[in-house]
Design a binder for this molecule. Structure first.
Ligand code: DGL
Length: 277
Protein backbone atom coordinates (compact mmCIF):
# COMPACT_ATOMS: atom_id res chain seq x y z
CA UNK A 1 0.00 0.00 0.00
CA UNK A 2 1.42 3.38 -1.08
CA UNK A 3 -0.79 6.48 -0.94
CA UNK A 4 1.55 8.73 -2.95
CA UNK A 5 0.16 9.95 -6.29
CA UNK A 6 1.00 8.79 -9.81
CA UNK A 7 2.48 11.54 -12.00
CA UNK A 8 1.27 11.76 -15.60
CA UNK A 9 2.44 14.18 -18.28
CA UNK A 10 1.97 15.09 -21.93
CA UNK A 11 2.51 18.10 -24.18
CA UNK A 12 -1.13 19.09 -23.58
CA UNK A 13 -4.48 17.32 -23.72
CA UNK A 14 -3.36 14.03 -25.31
CA UNK A 15 -2.36 12.39 -22.04
CA UNK A 16 -5.93 12.87 -20.84
CA UNK A 17 -6.78 9.73 -22.86
CA UNK A 18 -4.37 7.83 -20.59
CA UNK A 19 -5.54 9.70 -17.47
CA UNK A 20 -9.15 8.72 -18.28
CA UNK A 21 -8.15 5.04 -18.52
CA UNK A 22 -6.18 5.30 -15.24
CA UNK A 23 -9.09 6.94 -13.40
CA UNK A 24 -11.50 4.28 -14.71
CA UNK A 25 -9.25 1.29 -13.99
CA UNK A 26 -7.67 2.52 -10.76
CA UNK A 27 -10.23 4.80 -9.10
CA UNK A 28 -8.45 4.72 -5.73
CA UNK A 29 -5.20 6.10 -7.14
CA UNK A 30 -4.42 9.78 -6.87
CA UNK A 31 -3.14 11.46 -10.07
CA UNK A 32 -1.12 14.61 -10.73
CA UNK A 33 -1.32 15.53 -14.42
CA UNK A 34 0.92 18.09 -16.12
CA UNK A 35 -0.15 19.24 -19.60
CA UNK A 36 2.71 21.21 -21.13
CA UNK A 37 0.36 23.19 -23.40
CA UNK A 38 2.61 26.25 -23.15
CA UNK A 39 5.27 24.36 -25.15
CA UNK A 40 3.17 22.07 -27.36
CA UNK A 41 3.50 20.63 -29.94
CA UNK A 42 6.34 18.30 -28.97
CA UNK A 43 6.06 16.35 -32.21
CA UNK A 44 7.67 18.95 -34.45
CA UNK A 45 10.51 19.79 -32.05
CA UNK A 46 13.99 18.21 -31.96
CA UNK A 47 13.99 15.09 -29.76
CA UNK A 48 16.72 16.64 -27.52
CA UNK A 49 14.36 19.49 -26.61
CA UNK A 50 11.55 17.04 -25.82
CA UNK A 51 13.99 15.00 -23.73
CA UNK A 52 14.81 18.12 -21.72
CA UNK A 53 11.10 18.85 -21.12
CA UNK A 54 10.52 15.23 -20.06
CA UNK A 55 13.35 15.41 -17.51
CA UNK A 56 12.15 18.73 -16.17
CA UNK A 57 8.56 17.58 -15.65
CA UNK A 58 9.59 14.19 -14.21
CA UNK A 59 11.93 15.85 -11.73
CA UNK A 60 9.21 18.32 -10.77
CA UNK A 61 6.63 15.57 -10.22
CA UNK A 62 9.11 13.83 -7.91
CA UNK A 63 10.21 16.98 -6.05
CA UNK A 64 6.83 18.68 -5.71
CA UNK A 65 4.53 15.66 -5.28
CA UNK A 66 6.82 12.75 -4.42
CA UNK A 67 5.02 10.67 -7.06
CA UNK A 68 5.48 6.91 -6.73
CA UNK A 69 5.52 6.42 -10.50
CA UNK A 70 5.59 8.57 -13.64
CA UNK A 71 3.48 7.79 -16.71
CA UNK A 72 4.90 9.39 -19.85
CA UNK A 73 1.49 9.75 -21.53
CA UNK A 74 3.04 11.05 -24.72
CA UNK A 75 4.49 8.99 -27.56
CA UNK A 76 6.92 11.70 -28.65
CA UNK A 77 8.35 12.02 -25.12
CA UNK A 78 8.39 8.22 -24.75
CA UNK A 79 10.32 7.92 -28.03
CA UNK A 80 12.71 10.70 -27.03
CA UNK A 81 13.31 9.99 -23.39
CA UNK A 82 11.79 6.84 -21.88
CA UNK A 83 15.00 4.79 -21.66
CA UNK A 84 16.93 7.72 -20.25
CA UNK A 85 14.22 8.56 -17.69
CA UNK A 86 14.12 4.92 -16.58
CA UNK A 87 17.89 4.95 -16.08
CA UNK A 88 17.88 8.29 -14.25
CA UNK A 89 15.07 8.14 -11.67
CA UNK A 90 14.67 5.75 -8.76
CA UNK A 91 11.01 4.94 -9.38
CA UNK A 92 9.00 3.22 -12.12
CA UNK A 93 8.61 5.25 -15.33
CA UNK A 94 5.98 3.85 -17.71
CA UNK A 95 5.70 4.81 -21.40
CA UNK A 96 3.03 4.23 -24.03
CA UNK A 97 4.85 2.75 -27.03
CA UNK A 98 5.29 -0.90 -26.01
CA UNK A 99 1.79 -0.97 -24.54
CA UNK A 100 0.35 0.35 -27.80
CA UNK A 101 2.26 -2.25 -29.85
CA UNK A 102 0.94 -5.05 -27.60
CA UNK A 103 -2.64 -3.93 -28.22
CA UNK A 104 -2.08 -3.50 -31.94
CA UNK A 105 -0.65 -6.98 -32.47
CA UNK A 106 -3.40 -8.53 -30.35
CA UNK A 107 -6.18 -7.17 -32.58
CA UNK A 108 -4.61 -7.62 -36.02
CA UNK A 109 -5.57 -10.78 -37.85
CA UNK A 110 -3.69 -10.09 -41.07
CA UNK A 111 -0.37 -8.98 -39.50
CA UNK A 112 -0.58 -5.99 -41.83
CA UNK A 113 -0.79 -3.00 -39.53
CA UNK A 114 -0.35 0.77 -39.42
CA UNK A 115 0.89 3.30 -36.90
CA UNK A 116 0.29 7.04 -37.08
CA UNK A 117 2.02 9.57 -34.87
CA UNK A 118 3.84 12.87 -34.77
CA UNK A 119 6.80 13.65 -37.00
CA UNK A 120 9.08 13.20 -33.96
CA UNK A 121 7.67 9.79 -33.03
CA UNK A 122 7.57 8.33 -36.53
CA UNK A 123 10.96 9.84 -37.43
CA UNK A 124 12.54 8.35 -34.28
CA UNK A 125 11.90 4.81 -35.55
CA UNK A 126 10.64 3.81 -32.09
CA UNK A 127 7.55 2.04 -33.45
CA UNK A 128 9.42 0.33 -36.25
CA UNK A 129 11.85 -1.04 -33.62
CA UNK A 130 9.14 -2.03 -31.13
CA UNK A 131 6.98 -3.83 -33.72
CA UNK A 132 9.94 -5.73 -35.19
CA UNK A 133 11.09 -6.74 -31.70
CA UNK A 134 7.59 -8.02 -30.88
CA UNK A 135 7.11 -9.89 -34.18
CA UNK A 136 9.51 -9.62 -37.14
CA UNK A 137 6.87 -11.03 -39.52
CA UNK A 138 4.49 -8.12 -39.14
CA UNK A 139 4.18 -5.72 -42.07
CA UNK A 140 4.08 -2.17 -40.72
CA UNK A 141 3.26 1.07 -42.49
CA UNK A 142 3.85 4.32 -40.60
CA UNK A 143 2.56 7.81 -41.33
CA UNK A 144 3.25 11.10 -39.58
CA UNK A 145 0.24 13.37 -39.16
CA UNK A 146 1.49 16.92 -38.58
CA UNK A 147 -1.39 19.23 -37.69
CA UNK A 148 -3.63 16.72 -35.88
CA UNK A 149 -2.38 17.74 -32.42
CA UNK A 150 -3.10 21.42 -33.08
CA UNK A 151 -6.74 20.61 -33.94
CA UNK A 152 -7.16 18.69 -30.67
CA UNK A 153 -5.50 21.46 -28.64
CA UNK A 154 -8.08 23.86 -30.07
CA UNK A 155 -10.88 21.43 -29.19
CA UNK A 156 -11.69 21.13 -32.92
CA UNK A 157 -12.37 17.41 -33.40
CA UNK A 158 -14.59 17.09 -36.47
CA UNK A 159 -14.36 20.24 -38.61
CA UNK A 160 -14.20 20.15 -42.41
CA UNK A 161 -10.55 21.23 -42.19
CA UNK A 162 -9.50 18.32 -39.97
CA UNK A 163 -11.45 15.89 -42.20
CA UNK A 164 -9.66 17.11 -45.31
CA UNK A 165 -6.29 16.90 -43.56
CA UNK A 166 -7.06 13.36 -42.33
CA UNK A 167 -7.96 12.21 -45.83
CA UNK A 168 -4.70 13.54 -47.20
CA UNK A 169 -2.39 12.31 -44.43
CA UNK A 170 -3.99 8.88 -44.07
CA UNK A 171 -3.96 7.91 -47.75
CA UNK A 172 -0.77 5.75 -47.32
CA UNK A 173 -2.63 3.84 -44.59
CA UNK A 174 -5.65 3.29 -46.84
CA UNK A 175 -3.38 2.18 -49.72
CA UNK A 176 -1.60 -0.35 -47.46
CA UNK A 177 -4.95 -2.06 -46.64
CA UNK A 178 -4.07 -2.55 -42.96
CA UNK A 179 -6.62 -4.23 -40.71
CA UNK A 180 -5.55 -2.39 -37.54
CA UNK A 181 -4.22 1.11 -36.98
CA UNK A 182 -2.48 2.23 -33.81
CA UNK A 183 -3.10 5.82 -32.81
CA UNK A 184 0.53 6.40 -31.85
CA UNK A 185 -0.06 9.86 -30.42
CA UNK A 186 -2.16 10.21 -27.29
CA UNK A 187 -4.03 13.16 -28.81
CA UNK A 188 -5.38 11.09 -31.70
CA UNK A 189 -8.12 9.08 -29.92
CA UNK A 190 -9.97 12.40 -29.68
CA UNK A 191 -10.03 12.40 -33.51
CA UNK A 192 -11.10 8.75 -33.72
CA UNK A 193 -14.33 9.42 -35.65
CA UNK A 194 -12.58 11.59 -38.20
CA UNK A 195 -9.75 9.06 -38.56
CA UNK A 196 -12.23 6.16 -38.90
CA UNK A 197 -14.07 7.99 -41.69
CA UNK A 198 -10.78 8.53 -43.54
CA UNK A 199 -9.38 4.98 -43.25
CA UNK A 200 -12.67 3.06 -43.44
CA UNK A 201 -14.75 1.60 -40.64
CA UNK A 202 -13.36 -1.91 -41.24
CA UNK A 203 -9.96 -0.84 -39.88
CA UNK A 204 -9.75 -1.38 -36.10
CA UNK A 205 -8.41 1.72 -34.37
CA UNK A 206 -6.18 0.98 -31.40
CA UNK A 207 -5.32 3.39 -28.59
CA UNK A 208 -2.51 2.77 -26.12
CA UNK A 209 -4.48 4.22 -23.20
CA UNK A 210 -6.15 1.10 -21.80
CA UNK A 211 -3.14 -1.17 -22.24
CA UNK A 212 -0.96 1.47 -20.53
CA UNK A 213 -3.40 1.61 -17.59
CA UNK A 214 -3.26 -2.21 -17.31
CA UNK A 215 0.56 -1.96 -17.37
CA UNK A 216 0.47 0.62 -14.56
CA UNK A 217 -1.80 -1.64 -12.53
CA UNK A 218 0.51 -4.65 -13.03
CA UNK A 219 3.52 -2.61 -11.85
CA UNK A 220 1.65 -1.33 -8.77
CA UNK A 221 0.48 -4.84 -7.92
CA UNK A 222 3.96 -6.33 -8.45
CA UNK A 223 5.54 -3.66 -6.23
CA UNK A 224 2.80 -3.79 -3.58
CA UNK A 225 2.18 -0.06 -4.11
CA UNK A 226 -1.54 0.14 -4.95
CA UNK A 227 -3.33 2.94 -3.09
CA UNK A 228 -6.16 1.95 -0.78
CA UNK A 229 -8.80 4.06 0.94
CA UNK A 230 -11.01 6.90 -0.18
CA UNK A 231 -10.44 8.20 -3.71
CA UNK A 232 -9.13 11.77 -4.00
CA UNK A 233 -9.76 14.07 -6.99
CA UNK A 234 -7.02 14.20 -9.63
CA UNK A 235 -4.87 17.34 -9.80
CA UNK A 236 -4.39 19.03 -13.18
CA UNK A 237 -1.73 21.58 -14.10
CA UNK A 238 -0.99 23.30 -17.37
CA UNK A 239 1.87 25.44 -18.58
CA UNK A 240 -0.55 27.18 -20.97
CA UNK A 241 -3.80 29.08 -20.39
CA UNK A 242 -5.35 27.38 -17.35
CA UNK A 243 -8.93 28.52 -18.01
CA UNK A 244 -8.71 27.16 -21.55
CA UNK A 245 -7.20 23.94 -20.20
CA UNK A 246 -10.08 23.59 -17.73
CA UNK A 247 -12.69 24.24 -20.44
CA UNK A 248 -11.33 21.97 -23.19
CA UNK A 249 -9.99 19.42 -20.67
CA UNK A 250 -13.46 18.96 -19.15
CA UNK A 251 -14.91 18.49 -22.65
CA UNK A 252 -12.27 15.86 -23.50
CA UNK A 253 -11.81 13.97 -20.21
CA UNK A 254 -14.96 14.76 -18.29
CA UNK A 255 -16.02 16.54 -15.11
CA UNK A 256 -12.89 15.51 -13.17
CA UNK A 257 -11.09 18.44 -14.84
CA UNK A 258 -12.23 21.37 -12.71
CA UNK A 259 -9.66 23.64 -11.17
CA UNK A 260 -6.46 23.73 -13.15
CA UNK A 261 -3.28 25.10 -11.59
CA UNK A 262 -0.52 26.92 -13.45
CA UNK A 263 2.68 24.99 -14.05
CA UNK A 264 5.59 27.27 -14.80
CA UNK A 265 8.73 25.97 -16.41
CA UNK A 266 11.83 27.63 -15.05
CA UNK A 267 14.17 25.17 -16.68
CA UNK A 268 15.35 24.13 -13.22
CA UNK A 269 12.77 24.38 -10.45
CA UNK A 270 9.26 24.99 -11.82
CA UNK A 271 6.69 26.47 -9.45
CA UNK A 272 2.99 25.92 -9.06
CA UNK A 273 0.40 28.70 -8.65
CA UNK A 274 -3.26 27.71 -8.25
CA UNK A 275 -6.20 29.47 -9.88
CA UNK A 276 -8.41 28.45 -6.96
CA UNK A 277 -9.60 31.32 -4.76
N1 DGL B 1 0.42 13.54 -27.26
C1 DGL B 1 1.75 13.61 -27.80
C2 DGL B 1 2.18 12.26 -28.37
O1 DGL B 1 1.62 11.25 -27.99
C3 DGL B 1 1.97 14.67 -28.71
C4 DGL B 1 2.18 15.61 -29.19
C5 DGL B 1 2.67 16.88 -29.63
O2 DGL B 1 2.69 17.75 -28.79
O3 DGL B 1 3.07 16.97 -30.79
O4 DGL B 1 3.10 12.19 -29.15
Amino acid sequence: MDSRPIGVFDSGFGGLTVARALIDLLPNESLVYVGDSGRYPYGSKPLEDVRGYAHEITQWLIDAHDVKMVVVACNTASAAALDELQRTYDRPIVGVIDHGVNSLLKVSESNNVGVIGTVGTIGSGAYQTAVTAADPNVRLVCAACPGFVEFVERGELASDQVRVLAQRLLSPIVDAKVDALLLGCTHYPFLARTIAEAVGREVVLVSSADETAFGVRSTLVANGTLREGTPVPPVFLSSGDIDEFARIGAMLLGPEVKDVAQWVSTGAAPTEVSNEE
